[in-house]
Ligand binder design. Structure first.
Ligand SMILES: CC(=O)SCCNC(=O)CCNC(=O)[C@H](O)C(C)(C)COP(=O)(O)OP(=O)(O)OC[C@H]1O[C@@H](n2cnc3c(N)ncnc32)[C@H](O)[C@@H]1OP(=O)(O)O
Ligand SMILES: O=C(O)CCC(=O)C(=O)O
Ligand SMILES: [Zn+2]
Length: 440
């Protein structure tokens, strides 16, 4: 391409109408719910199925209140038929008067439904396996039986004036015709939502898009999606489901659940704030994520993973010199998330051999010392030299800087450049991580 042609191409691109948010949904896609989604948090149902979980009544109430304060739309609770305590905990949470609607999750059976509607919940989530695996080895019922019992349970719950959702367990290994038939049947009798569940975590985003879009053309009610994370696709699948027109996503704090769990609440927020910043910031108290995660992590005795979105101890830590320089100039260079949106801070990890003189210069400024650029480069070389021999800490770097400064300085008073330049908010050169370092 000649230079002239290249210039023409770039000019045309520059004058083309810009999408309002390059990371958001296609504005022309009117079926997308990326800017209009709801959360059903299932930490107190799916999360209770996590291997380490045991929540006593007090802890359940604490978690329910924290989720409510954060702003989730629904809180899903364990089936009241699971145990006597599960039933009374469900009743206790219903009495809290939370803003979030309270749901309980039951099998597609009248025995469960009769107990559920007496607990005081705002809605009932009914589920039954539709894949051949579950039809054969779990409940042993055929599609006719499933449809008949679904209609009976749905009409009963509806008659009590509360919300009802019907979900097919193991949707992605179910026959598409079976699925669409059952969803059509339950939609016709007036469910509030239908649910798609990737029970074994086998689905990929393309499959999710196709199934949700197809279902969108079949039902008039809202579509809820539940994604397990066995193959690492849970958040991507959730986002794709919203793009395709699903309205509600099931989450758990830290993604806890059966096996390795489902869509993590914090991780989904990280994805959604990029795509729908105004919506997410106006609806959810993002600065509460860290507290909720710590609450649940402590309750189920796990550490926050080091690479957790938002709250992992190094989620906003920048290390390499090239990164540090650009971050100092403009944090958007290497950050798609602004830590301040979540009540977090960014850190520049400068005590290592990958550092560069720009990061060291900032540290010099923070120490209220004054060195020329050339001197900063010289002291950076010294730091790197030691960093080649062993891991460094902040004290190591500070002493090298201070010694160097003492060598090169005259005894006159040095003006504090930091105050003059006001760079404090851009850079926090502490070595304190945002969250406790993972022990796992
Ligand atoms: C994919 C999911 O996460 S779905 C939600 C899972 N949640 C739970 O399992 C809640 C906790 N579970 C429990 O406390 C118990 O399993 C109970 C109380 C629900 C049932 O306990 P039990 O009666 O002892 O049965 P068990 O757990 O051994 O087997 C499940 C029974 O439910 C039936 N069943 C399973 N899924 C469904 C369904 N979706 N709809 C109707 N019946 C179902 C099975 O056929 C089996 O019935 P069976 O008694 O004829 O064998
Ligand atoms: O009720 C649902 O939609 C989901 C049930 C569940 O936990 C699953 O299928 O993994
Ligand atoms: Zn699940």
């Amino acid at each position: 391409m000649s230079e002239k042609e290249f210039q023409k191409v770039t000019e045309t691109a520059a004058s083309a109408p810009q999408k309002p948010n390059p990371y958001g949904p296609n504005p022309a896609d009117y079926l997308s719910n990326v800017n209009n989604f709801q959360l059903i948090d299932s930490t107190l149902r799916e999360g209770e199925q996590f291997a380490n979980a045991f929540f006593d009544t007090e802890k359940k109430i604490e978690i329910a209140k924290a989720l409510d304060d954060f702003g989730v739309d629904y809180i899903e609770l364990t089936s009241p038929v699971a145990s006597e305590q599960s039933r009374s905990d469900c009743e206790a949470i219903c009495k809290l008067g939370l803003k979030a609607k309270i749901l309980t999750h039951i099998r597609c059976h009248m025995d469960d439904a009769r107990v559920a509607v007496e607990t005081g919940v705002d809605g009932v989530d009914v589920v039954i396996g539709t894949s051949k695996f579950l039809r054969q080895y779990s409940h042993g019922k055929d599609m006719n039986y499933i449809a008949k019992s679904a209609v009976e349970v749905i009409e009963f719950v509806k008659s009590k004036g509360i919300e009802i959702r019907f979900s097919s367990e193991d949707s992605f290994r179910s026959d598409l015709v079976d699925l669409l038939n059952i969803y059509k049947t339950v939609d016709k009798i007036g469910v509030n939502r239908v649910g798609i569940a990737d029970t074994v975590g086998c689905a990929n985003p393309r499959q999710v898009y196709e199934l949700v879009r197809t279902l969108k053309g079949i039902v008039s009610c809202d579509i809820e999606c539940h994604f397990h994370n066995d193959t690492g696709c849970a958040i991507a699948n959730a986002y794709t489901a919203l793009e395709a027109g699903a309205r509600l996503i099931d989450t758990c704090v830290l993604g806890i659940g059966e096996r390795n769990g489902i869509v993590p609440l914090g991780g989904l927020m990280a994805r959604m704030i990029v795509a729908a910043p105004e919506y997410v910031k106006s609806k959810y108290k993002l600065h509460k994520i860290r507290d909720i995660e710590n609450l649940v992590a402590e309750a189920v005795e796990v550490n926050i993973p080091f690479n957790n979105p938002i709250t992992g101890f190094c989620a906003f830590t920048h290390k390499a010199g090239i990164h540090a320089k650009a971050i100092l100039a403009n944090p958007s260079t290497y950050e798609i998330l602004d830590p301040h949106d979540f009540g977090m801070k960014r850190y520049i990890h400068f005590a290592n051999r990958l550092t560069g003189w720009n990061a060291i210069k900032s540290r010099v400024d923070q120490l209220n010392l004054s060195l020329t650029d050339d001197q900063c480069k010289e002291v950076t070389t010294k730091i790197k030299r030691l960093g080649d021999i062993r891991p460094l800490n902040i004290d190591d770097v500070d002493s090298i800087i201070k010694d160097f400064h003492a060598e090169v300085s005259t005894p006159k008073l040095i003006a504090t450049k930091r105050e003059k330049e006001g760079t404090a908010d851009v850079l926090d050169l502490q070595d304190e991580p945002n969250a406790k370092k993972s022990k796992q």
